[in-house]
Design a protein around this ligand. Structure first.
Ligand SMILES: Cc1cc2nc3c(=O)[nH]c(=O)nc-3n(C[C@H](O)[C@H](O)[C@H](O)COP(=O)(O)OP(=O)(O)OC[C@H]3O[C@@H](n4cnc5c(N)ncnc54)[C@H](O)[C@@H]3O)c2cc1C
Length: 429
C-alpha cells in the first residue's frame, strides 16, 4: 500500500492556459508537479511523494466534439470516462475502454496509465483507441501529436509514447479518440465451474476455438466467497470458480457464440450457463463485477493488489500457484479479473495486523510466478510507486536506461511526477 502524502499546494486547472502557466512557473522554480485525474489509479501514480504541486485536470472536462464522419471524438483530459462512453452511445457510437472505475476516472488518467477493462479483450486498451494527444511539456510548451485518420507513420509515434507514461513525460490536456459502430446486440452469461482448473482451462480453450468473446472475466472461489457477503452477488458453495462471459454482434450471434463456447469445453464445461435475460440484468452483473475490487477487501486490515498477466496458455499454471503462495506466507491470496487477456488481479489480504510483515514476500512470489511464466508485472494499473521495485526484473537495466533517456529528453529538470516508474536520483521518495 502507498501512504498518503500532502503536497505543498494544489492547482485545479480550468484551461490549457492554466496548465501551461503552472508548468512554466514550476520549471522556473524547480518545483515537482504531480498530474492528477480522478485519483483512482492503483499504483500510487498520483501521490505527490516529492511534495510540490498537485495539478488536477478534473476541471478540464469538456467533450470538445464528436465527429462521426471522421470516426473520432476530441475531449478534454479531465472528462470522466463513463460520461464520454454515454455520450458516444447517444450518438450510436462506441468507445470500448471500460475500466472498473469508469464513473470516477478521467480519460487523461486512462491515457496516462493505458487503462484497459473487460472489453479490452476484443477491442484493445486505451492506446488502441488514441489517434492524437494534446499535451503540455514541462517548460509550458503546448504540443499536438498524432493523427486524424486511421493510418499515419510520420516520424516516431510520440502520441502513443505518451500513452502509459504515467504523467512523467508531459501533462495530457486533450485527446483524439477513435470511435466504433455501436454493437447491435450484447449478451452476457455467468458460467460457474466445478474446479478452478476447469475455469482457467476454459479461458484458454475458449479463445482458441475461433470465437471472439467481448469479455471473459474470472473469479476464483475465495474471491467469490468474500464478495458474496454482498446481497445479490452470485455464489454457490459448489462452485470452484466463475466466469462472466460476454459476446456481441448482430442479433442472434452472441447467443450462438455463448452456446458454442460452453459446448466446446466438453466434460470440463460449466456447471450451468446463466444468461442475463435482459439489458438491466446484464448491467446489474457488471455493477457487481465493478464492485468486486472493494467487496473482496471488506474485513481485511491491509492488502496488496498485484495486476499481473501471463500468456493465455499459462493462466491455469498461475491460478494453481496462488493458493500455495498465500499459505506459505500466511496471507489470503485470491484472484479475479480480465483472465481472457491473461490478466489477473491478485489480492493478498490480511485480517490481522501481523499479516503485513509477510505480505511483501507474498507479493514478490506472485511477481516471480508471473515473470517465470513469461508474463508481466502490470497489465493495466501501471508502475507508479507501488510496482517500481519490480520493473528492472521485467525489462532489464538496458531498457531502464533507454527510458531514463526519454524522460531526460521530455523533462530535463525532472519536475514531472518525479520518482514514478523508476527512481530518478537518491534518496528516492
Ligand atoms: C474499483 C477500481 C477498478 C479499476 N478497474 C480498472 C480496470 O478495469 N482497468 C484499468 O486499466 N484500471 C482500472 N482501475 C485503475 C484506474 O481506474 C485507472 O488506472 C485509471 O486510468 C486512472 O485514471 P484517473 O483519472 O483516476 O488517474 P489518476 O489516478 O488521477 O492518475 C493515474 C496516473 O496518471 C497520471 N495522470 C492522470 N491524469 C493525467 C494527465 N491528464 N496527464 C498526465 N498524467 C496524468 C497521474 O500522475 C498518475 O500517474 C481501477 C481502479 C479502481 C479504484
Amino acid at each position: 500500500m502507498v501512504a498518503p502524502v500532502r503536497p505543498a499546494a494544489a492547482v485545479r486547472a480550468r484551461s490549457v492556459a492554466d496548465v501551461q502557466a503552472t508548468l512554466r512557473w514550476a520549471t522556473a522554480h524547480g518545483v515537482p508537479i504531480t498530474p492528477r485525474g480522478g485519483g483512482t489509479g492503483k499504483a500510487g501514480g498520483c501521490v505527490p511523494c516529492e511534495g510540490g504541486v498537485v495539478l488536477s485536470l478534473a476541471g478540464l472536462d469538456r467533450l470538445r466534439s464528436i465527429r462521426p464522419e471522421h470516426g473520432f471524438a476530441e475531449v478534454d483530459a479531465g472528462l470522466i470516462t463513463g460520461t464520454f462512453r454515454d455520450a458516444a452511445d447517444e450518438a450510436r457510437l462506441y468507445y470500448p475502454p471500460d475500466p472498473g472505475a469508469l464513473d470516477a476516472c478521467t480519460l487523461g488518467g486512462n491515457v496516462a496509465t493505458n487503462a484497459g477493462g473487460p472489453a479490452a479483450l476484443k477491442y484493445g486498451v486505451t492506446r488502441d483507441q488514441v489517434l492524437g494527444v494534446e499535451a503540455v511539456l514541462a517548460d509550458g510548451t503546448r504540443i499536438d501529436l498524432g493523427r486524424r485518420q486511421p493510418k499515419g507513420v510520420a516520424g516516431y509515434d510520440l502520441a502513443r509514447l505518451l500513452v502509459g507514461s504515467e504523467g512523467t513525460l508531459a501533462v495530457v490536456t486533450g485527446i483524439r479518440l477513435a470511435l466504433r459502430a455501436r454493437p447491435a446486440s450484447i449478451v452476457a452469461a455467468l458460467m460457474p465451474f466445478a474446479t478452478v482448473q476447469d475455469a482457467a482451462q476454459a479461458v484458454t480453450l475458449g479463445r482458441r476455438s475461433g470465437l471472439e468473446p467481448r469479455a471473459l472475466e474470472f473469479f476464483d472461489a475465495t474471491a467469490l466467497r468474500r464478495a458474496a457477503r454482498e446481497p445479490g452477488f452470485p455464489f454457490d458453495p459448489s462452485w470452484g470458480a466463475l466466469l462472466l462471459v460476454e459476446f456481441d454482434g448482430e442479433p442472434g450471434v452472441p447467443e450462438a457464440s455463448l452456446a458454442r463456447f460452453a459446448e466446446g469445453l466438453g466434460d470440463r464445461g460449466p456447471l450451468e450457463v446463466r444468461v442475463a435475460g435482459d439489458e438491466a440484468r446484464r448491467r446489474g452483473l457488471w455493477q457487481l463485477r465493478r464492485r468486486t475490487s472493494h467487496l473482496v477487501k471488506v474485513g481485511a486490515v491491509g492488502w496488496i493488489t498485484e495486476d499481473v498477466a501471463v500468456p493465455l496458455g499459462s493462466v491455469p499454471d498461475l491460478v494453481e500457484r496462488l493458493p500455495g503462495i498465500g499459505e506459505q506466507h500466511g496471507v489470503i491470496a485470491l484472484a479475479y479479473g480480465h483472465a481472457g487477456d491473461g490478466n489477473l488481479h491478485v489480492n493478498l489480504l490480511w485480517e490481522d495486523p501481523s499479516g503485513a510483515q509477510f505480505a511483501e514476500r507474498a507479493a514478490d512470489a506472485v511477481i516471480a510466478a508471473a515473470l517465470d511464466l513469461g508474463g508481466t508485472i502490470s497489465a493495466e494499473h501501471g508502475i507508479g510507486l507501488a510496482k517500481r521495485r519490480f520493473l528492472p526484473q521485467e525489462v532489464g537495466d538496458r531498457a531502464i536506461g533507454l527510458m531514463r533517456g526519454i524522460k531526460q529528453a521530455f523533462d530535463p529538470l525532472g519536475i514531472l511526477n518525479p520518482q514514478k516508474v523508476f527512481r530518478l536520483q537518491e534518496p528516492p521518495c
